[in-house]
Design a protein around this ligand. Structure first.
Ligand code: UN1
Length: 511
């Protein structure tokens, strides 16, 4: 609604005039920034960031490992209150954060607002989890005369490596989870989106996270990432990004000095939606558009392969084509834009190469009219092609590119088998009004998030905890009840009470 969007548009104008600095921030101090950061919708330079050097990363590790001990001791209640304050500050700054997400990451205003909301949800959800599990020990059973308790605490210094496609929500989710569990954090945002990360870190420090506990490490992925991961003081890694990078991190973890540490990875997908002949076509079209093209298809949850039962395919694909023709590609700052730019030149050239490849191998169903493409910026118009078989797709295609496969009624089993055989297991959608089919398919499909008769993006914290299996990641699911435990160390205390005459006080005081 343009009227209620007025304050946001005003804020956007204010932010557009600024020159931003994107970090590093070590021990609360902003470092020198000389690498340019661009707006993907216009190609304009909007600020600077830096490649954090080895010396500064060492300094961050030193501060973090010292300060983590107190942070952990202060307990889950204290940390939860700080997380709630972060949420309050994000809420107050929703317009500013949305504007920066739009300018730096090319996300539409709608995407930006939802993303700020999701970041707030992560803070509140993990705050509650910290109160529940990280304040009082869990009493465990045991023989008479013995007290057994389980304590949860931090593991040390966590490195959080986050992507550019949810530059605030995923960045915040990882960082606050690691903090809530009692860890210090070295946070490394994607090289394309350091500015929103710097804003987030400043708000976290304002909310009361000690500056020695949280550091922002910026720079180009591989080099800076390697310095972070090879450090012997590393306590664990949370990573969201490509499957290839997750493998690389695993390799580095295997040979590094120091303790053996966990990797929590959320990676790519080859996500499929299956539509049978009983589905409601209007709803399917709406859900396909949302799932494949929202956020310019730059979500790991996004729909890549649509499997349609042959008897309804012509009709459904016609309707889908009509809906695609209505899509507006343009500057994400405009309220009527559906699809913004892809993140950078590299992403654009990968998509263009894929389009060329598909021109040879597939049947075109819809191709965006190139004449309607904005002149500047890294824009890629939505595409729909029909392919014979999904073996044609070797890897995840990260953008507004939908592949359609037709299947016959008796091939459903085989489709499910082939989806499982991709090795990915992130999101899956089923459109069917046959009761019982959803349950049968759900039992066989090996994915983290299965959606029935709806779109398959936009997982809500605490409602659809997000994350998958196999090539799609390690779990546990972000925004789910088990996530924080993976960031924690566990310690049990067993006391023979007979030796102290049953005086547990003596022991609980010294915790
Ligand atoms: C990602 O794109 O990296 O459900 C994950 C969704 C989002 C996906 C985030 N939670 O669409």
């Amino acid at each position: 609604d343009p009227l209620s969007a007025a304050p946001l548009l005003k804020e956007l104008e204010r932010q557009e005039g600024k020159h931003f600095l994107g970090g590093p921030i070590v021990n609360g101090i902003m470092g020198e920034a000389e690498e340019p950061v661009y707006n993907p919708a216009t190609g304009e330079k909007i600020g600077h960031t830096a490649n954090t050097d080895k010396h500064l990363i060492e300094q961050a590790y030193t501060c973090a490992s010292e300060a983590q001990i107190d942070w952990d001791r202060q307990g889950g209640m204290h940390r939860a209150d700080i997380l709630d304050r972060i949420a309050d500050l994000y809420e107050e700054k929703t317009n500013e954060l949305t504007a920066i997400i739009c300018i730096e990451a090319g996300r539409t205003l709608n995407d930006g607002i939802s993303e700020v909301r999701e970041a707030i949800d992560f803070c509140r959800y993990y705050a509650n989890a910290a109160r529940q599990h990280f304040s009082e020990p869990t009493e465990l059973p045991g023989p008479t005369g013995e007290q057994n308790q389980l304590f949860l605490g931090g593991r040390g210094t966590f490195v959080c490596i986050s992507p550019w496609n949810f530059p605030l929500a995923i960045f915040t989710g990882q960082v606050v989870a690691a903090l809530a569990a009692g860890n210090a954090v070295l946070a490394k945002p994607a090289e394309q989106t350091p500015i929103i990360a710097a804003h987030a870190v400043r708000l976290m420090l304002d909310a009361g996270v000690p500056p020695k506990v949280l550091h922002l490490i910026t720079g180009t992925g591989a080099a800076v990432g390697q310095l972070l991961i090879e450090n012997p003081r590393l306590g664990g890694v949370a990573f969201t990004g490509s499957t290839e990078t997750a493998r690389l991190i695993n390799q580095q973890l295997a040979t590094k000095e120091g303790p053996i540490v966990p990797l929590i990875a959320e990676t790519g997908g080859q996500n499929v939606m299956v539509v049978d002949s009983t589905a409601l076509p209007e709803q399917v079209v709406d859900d396909v558009i949302q799932s494949a093209f929202l956020s310019a298809g730059q979500r790991c949850s996004a729909l890549r392969i649509l499997c349609v039962q042959d008897v309804i395919a012509d009709n459904l694909l016609n309707m889908l084509k009509g809906a695609c023709e209505e899509l507006t590609l343009g500057n994400p700052r405009k309220l009527d834009t559906d699809i913004g730019p892809v993140i950078d030149e590299k992403a654009l050239s990968i998509l263009e190469a894929h389009r060329e490849h598909m021109a040879k191998e597939a049947k075109p169903l819809f191709a965006f009219d190139e004449a309607k493409k904005p002149g500047k910026g890294t824009f890629f118009g939505p595409q729909v092609v029909e392919i014979e078989d999904f073996s044609l797709l070797k890897r995840e295609v990260f953008g507004p590119f939908l592949h359609v496969v037709r299947f016959k009624a008796d091939e459903l089993e085989d489709i499910i088998r082939r989806i499982n055989a991709t090795g990915y297991g992130l999101t899956f959608g089923l459109h069917s009004r046959i009761e019982g089919r959803a349950h049968a398919v759900f039992k066989r499909i090996n994915v983290g998030n299965c959606y029935v008769n709806r779109d398959m993006v936009g997982a809500v914290v605490g409602v659809n905890p997000f994350g998958g299996h196999g090539l799609s990641g390690t779990g546990p699911k972000a925004g789910g009840p088990h996530y924080l435990f993976r960031f924690a160390s566990e310690k049990t205390k067993t006391v023979n009470l007979v030796a102290t005459g049953g005086n547990t006080q003596l022991f609980t005081l010294g915790q």
